[in-house]
Design a protein around this ligand. Structure first.
Ligand SMILES: Nc1ncnc2c1ncn2[C@@H]1O[C@H](COP(=O)(O)OP(=O)(O)OP(=O)(O)O)[C@@H](O)[C@H]1O
Length: 243
């Protein structure tokens, strides 16, 4: 496998009981790509994300991360290299923002407090929050600010891959726009591979270097935002674009 491939699904099938959710699913995501996934509810988007970080296993088929078959990898190490951001990220309410961000193995493991402090400050800068928020508690932040902390925490492990499941779903339109600009900047700055689920076609087209449209466990179209916009491959994609 070429070494510029971050994630690869090879003939993956995922069933829950006798319900087949993904059918002969194939996907290659290159390193540094920003892939957005959009599609009907229940089409298997979250299933794809959970398969990447080994939270669930395929029924058939193989998933490779950085060229390695993940079923043969140490799951803890795999997940350490993959950040996961979900809507309304569960911050620890009794810990300050500083502690919440530092609460990852790579920062906890070394005893160098100064290094941890610097790393946390760098992360809070990266997600565009003021440093004076570090000593507050999650309840003292707005929803959008908490979401930024969630991203900072996911980045704290210095992951190669960032999985984001509707991370901006619960915030107002203005905050959403700011978070979108922030994640584009973070992607450009850190070169991390991002897989991002959204229900908003505008968001999918704005953020993605490629967009995957899913419907009922199948890929309707996987293409650049321009191609999706200008040459929708199926009636489903056309309807999505025309809204
Ligand atoms: N643990 C489970 N057991 C049984 N069925 C499941 C399980 N997890 C998900 N499903 C089903 O699999 C299908 C795909 O779920 P998934 O969460 O991947 O969809 P999604 O595209 O992310 O949907 P949404 O946009 O609504 O979040 C759904 O029909 C869901 O009900």
């Amino acid at each position: 496998m070429e070494n510029n491939v971050a994630i690869r699904f090879e003939h993956v099938n995922k069933s829950y009981g006798n319900r087949e959710i993904l059918k002969d699913f194939n996907l290659e995501i290159r390193k540094g790509e920003f892939l957005t996934i959009i599609g009907s509810s229940g089409s298997g988007k979250t299933t794809v994300l959970k398969l990447i970080n080994g939270l669930i296993s395929p029924t058939f088929g193989i998933i490779y991360v950085d060229g390695k078959d993940i079923s043969k990898e140490n799951q803890t190490l795999l997940r350490r290299n993959i950040g996961y951001v979900i809507q309304g990220i569960g911050l620890f309410p009794h810990m300050t923002i500083r502690k919440n961000i530092a609460y990852v193995p790579s920062l906890l493991n070394h005893r160098n407090k100064e290094r941890t402090r610097k790393a946390v400050e760098r992360l809070i800068d990266v997600v565009g929050l003021d440093r004076d928020m570090l000593d507050r508690y999650p309840a003292e932040l707005s929803g959008g600010q908490r979401q930024r902390v969630g991203i900072a925490r996911a980045l704290a492990a210095n992951p190669d891959i960032l999985l984001m499941d509707e991370p901006f779903g619960a915030v107002d339109e203005i905050t959403r726009k700011m978070l979108q600009s922030e994640i584009i900047r973070i992607h450009e700055q850190l070169g991390v591979t991002i897989v991002f689920i959204t229900h908003d076609i505008k968001e999918a087209l704005k953020l993605g270097t490629r967009v995957m449209v899913m419907n009922k466990g199948l890929v309707e179209q996987l293409d650049t935002p321009d191609h999706i916009r200008n040459t929708p491959a199926t009636p489903f994609v056309k309807e999505l674009i025309e809204g």
